[in-house]
Design a protein around this ligand. Structure first.
Ligand code: SAM
Ligand code: SF4
Length: 335
């Protein structure tokens, strides 16, 4: 089977699957405090449907699959799903993105089920600030979760920090120091204006260039991108003489669209070709319910991939003009 290629010759290798739009946190840039209207449970893809779609994508050359949400560890029988997916021939990298709050409960069984790696979101090391950013989270749960995945050897662990000026940017160096000495890739991420309900005003935006400068003032960084499995668009640097790597993800100030090798599947089965473009979705969930055959599904996916947009339309020079009228929230797309 020929690989999935869009009309700009980008080969699609990476599928990110959201398995729930529910979450036990309410991060200020992602979900409004009072929650969001949730998908009808009947519309959420079943594990059998997720497995079928994943097999189809693997057949089309996808090699990396990441499970996300909402909070994926909230979904019942998550270990069953991971063991099903890890048994599909052709997946070389199966990972999960989680807020980490439930990880200590699941780390060992995720490893036994065949998971390769874990990404954990963590925006502050101060309990009170963590509570405020997540609108209710308990920092200790996440720190325990990080220890448990390191103990279960689900490494390298990726930790993602969304950096916001005046909110947590004074913790960048603290984060580096905290995680030094461990096999962790610590990634700093620009906050994206996704939706009116969660949009942080432009004054909170900080470009990754500034974050990188802060770190370079304190540490010697050695470039290492080629060695990082599943690195995707991030540039990685090793803190000289240490196990810790740092990465800078700048979807706004220096987007990486020309190298994008990714597509996303929402919890109700909409194939999303770009994180920041919701007009060109293919509603696979509905097609499955109507009884689409594997052959037609494969054909449809190949056809739809051709219309993956070349780049998103954020304007980095003018944050105030950024689109923030998407219907979706990040919690439903999966990040
Ligand atoms: N609940 C899980 C978690 O928090 O890791 C998985 C889903 S969450 C939507 C996936 C990632 O998207 C998280 O790392 C989160 O920090 C990131 N994210 C959510 N909203 C964002 C935004 N507006 N800008 C940048 N990153 C965002
Ligand atoms: Fe939940 Fe993750 Fe969104 Fe935070 S970023 S509200 S943990 S889905």
């Amino acid at each position: 089977m020929s690989p999935l290629i869009d009309r700009y010759n980008r080969v699609i290798r990476y599928l990110r699957i959201s398995i729930t739009d529910r979450c036990n946190l309410r991060c200020i840039y992602c979900m409004p405090k009072d929650g969001v209207p949730l998908l009808d449970r009947r519309d959420i893809l079943s594990y059998e449907e997720i497995e079928r779609i994943t097999r189809t994508f693997i057949h089309l050359g996808i090699t990396s699959v990441r499970i996300t949400g909402g909070e994926p560890l909230l979904r019942r029988d998550i270990i069953y799903l991971i063991s099903k997916l890890s048994n599909i021939q052709g997946i070389s990298d199966l990972s999960i993105t989680t807020n980490g709050t439930l990880l200590s409960r699941y780390a060992e069984s995720l490893k036994s089920a065949g998971l390769n790696r874990v990404n954990i979101s963590l925006d502050s090391l101060y309990p009170k600030r963590f509570f405020e950013i997540t609108q209710g989270g308990n920092l200790k749960d996440v720190l325990d979760g990080i220890d448990s995945v390191l103990n279960a050897d689900l490494t390298p662990v990726k930790i993602n920090m969304v950096v916001m000026k005046g909110i947590n940017d004074n913790e960048v160096i603290k984060m580096v120091r905290h995680f030094m000495g461990r096999p962790i890739n610590l990634r700093f991420i620009e906050c994206m204006p996704i939706n009116r309900k969660t949009f942080l005003p432009a004054r909170y935006f900080i470009p990754m260039e500034e974050v990188e400068k802060m770190i370079r003032r304190e540490f010697h960084l050695e470039h290492e991108q080629a060695l990082v499995k599943g690195a995707g668009p991030a540039d990685y640097y090793r803190i000289k003489g240490d196990l810790l790597r740092v990465g800078f993800i700048s979807p706004i100030s220096q987007h990486f669209c020309s190298n994008c090798n990714k597509v996303r599947l929402t919890a109700d089965g909409r194939l999303r070709l770009c994180l920041l473009e919701e007009r060109k979705e293919f509603y696979i969930g509905e097609a499955l319910h109507k009884g689409i055959s594997d052959r037609i599904l494969t054909m449809m996916i190949k056809k739809v991939i051709r219309s993956k947009p070349f780049m998103h339309r954020f304007n980095p020079d003018n944050m105030a003009s950024c689109r923030y009228e998407f219907k979706s929230l990040m919690s439903s797309i999966g990040g």
